[in-house]
Design a protein around this ligand. Sequence first.
Ligand SMILES: C[S@@+](CC[C@H](N)C(=O)[O-])C[C@H]1O[C@@H](n2cnc3c(N)ncnc32)[C@H](O)[C@@H]1O
Length: 273
Amino acid sequence: MNYRHAFHAGNFADCMKHALLVWLLRALARKPAAFRVLDTHAGIGRYDLEADQAQRTGEWREGIRKLQGVTEGPLADYVALANEEAGSYPGSPAIAARLMREQDRLALVELHEEDHATLRALFRRDDRVAVHRRDAFEALRALTPFPENRGLILMDPPFEQPGEYERLAAGIVEVSRRQRRLVQAAWYPIKGRAPVRAFHTALAESGVKDVLAAELHLRDPTDAARLNGCGLVVVNPPYGFEEAARAILAELADLLATGEPGGGWTLTRIADE
Ligand SMILES: C[S@@+](CC[C@H](N)C(=O)[O-])C[C@H]1O[C@@H](n2cnc3c(N)ncnc32)[C@H](O)[C@@H]1O
């Protein structure tokens, strides 16, 4: 396991994933009934942007740094949350914990020994949060169905091993079988076109219903050695998601544009309701 998210926190991919995540969590919190969040690849929870790792790559300067002055429009809620602690950036666990209520629960899964220890320390005083050190896809089976029968699963693998798109598609199908009504959000990189097309086709043919793919493109994916964009598959999007996602993606594409050919965004329906 070589991937450490501390080098990438706050980059354009985090901005896209987290802006949509904030919207999804707000939608769940609209109803008073308790919900649960399972974050299968949690990372360390919160990231110091002044630390050596973040400074070395400087990826956040092309991401959250470019959004920090946003106070209005579709990104305002996410940016306000990201700006709450100066010099640090909230990962998905910190975002979920921030938007949950007293009655909601958060299960965090992180396999990396050191990152798991950091994550556990961050949430040691929050009784709503359970931190697990186990494999993400094994956790999907162990920790579902949710007793609340409502909630969200975020799958955010590092894509450092071959077969990650296939495992992600299999995980989505597995969750749909075990508890069909959960919202699922699964992040994926866009390096070349072919693996993304195969991933979408696998989902379209899987029988899972109500699936959208939101994508942010920095450039045409001609050089598959680069991260040219990223996507988030959303299963069972809450009411209003399509309209909100379009506005969020358009604003991100505008503010994070590199000026290269092929930049932009898409929202594609992969499976009908
Ligand atoms: C992209 S990062 C997660 C970032 C986090 N979701 C966020 O948005 O702040 C992926 C994480 O998955 C962890 N990881 C990799 N393989 C895993 C596995 N099989 N099971 C659980 N965690 C894993 C890595 O150690 C890394 O911290």
